[in-house]
Design a protein around this ligand. Sequence first.
Ligand SMILES: NC(=O)c1ccc[n+]([C@@H]2O[C@H](COP(=O)([O-])OP(=O)(O)OC[C@H]3O[C@@H](n4cnc5c(N)ncnc54)[C@H](OP(=O)(O)O)[C@@H]3O)[C@@H](O)[C@H]2O)c1
Length: 247
Amino acid sequence: MIFPEWNALTIVLYSGLALMALSSAPMEYWGPLQMQYSKFRAASGMPSRPGMVILYAVPLVVLTVLASPYLATPTEVQAVVFGAVFLHFAKRVLESLFLHRYSGPMTITTVIMVTSLYSLLTGVIGYLNRQPMPAMDGIAWVGVLLFIAGEIGNFLHHRRLAQMRQSTMEYVIPRGLLFDYAICPHYFCELVAWFGILLMARHFALLLLFLFMVGYLTTRAVKTLRWYRQEFPNFPADVKVLVPFVF
Ligand SMILES: NC(=O)c1ccc[n+]([C@@H]2O[C@H](COP(=O)([O-])OP(=O)(O)OC[C@H]3O[C@@H](n4cnc5c(N)ncnc54)[C@H](OP(=O)(O)O)[C@@H]3O)[C@@H](O)[C@H]2O)c1
């Protein structure tokens, strides 16, 4: 793990990241971090498609700008870490544009909050990747495999959700792939992909940001399962929250 040089500034900055990691779950559950899109959307706002494109495209630009000093001649680790994060956000821009079928709006506040959080994430990675691990080792290559598996799984479940919107724009109980075992397998796959990036980059700040995502996505998945159980009295009892057969 790569730690910063500890001084007053880094202690303050990393304490902020640690606080974010600790507060993401309670903030999504009870507080102002409750993101108002999809099943938890407000009645009005901006159309979801441009909103989603903005919140994924801006962090791509931030990543590229902060990575610009090493982009012409990157080390192997710099190329792999930058490439993975770039591919993840580019995939999300393309999915938002061409795959997802949104049934309503999202609030502008949510667009601004998520754009800021993702830009912090990509900015931190783009900047810290200026001092990368010395070389790709076995752990980093395991990270690459997890990243690829996570992204493919994430995409396949997004495609499944989009297929369910071919005949109706109403919400239906998701079926097929890992949806038969957990309500948010796409979130689980996303976390697998980010754990892969963490293994490649191994910066302490990224560990804290990863924990932030774990808190947020787990809480969102818990709320999503509760939502399905309320909306569909026949919802199967054995479907888990995030990790098939486990939780
Ligand atoms: N890294 C992070 O912290 C983080 C956080 C959030 C999201 N993400 C990424 O963004 C992806 C999407 O997240 P999300 O929260 O937007 O997922 P989501 O709420 O499951 O929505 C994804 C898409 O599926 C549709 N959908 C959802 N449930 C459906 C149902 N029962 N029947 C038919 N269509 C349905 C949604 O349409 P509606 O708009 O009509 O609901 C939307 O188009 C995640 O898988 C992950 O990759 C990452």
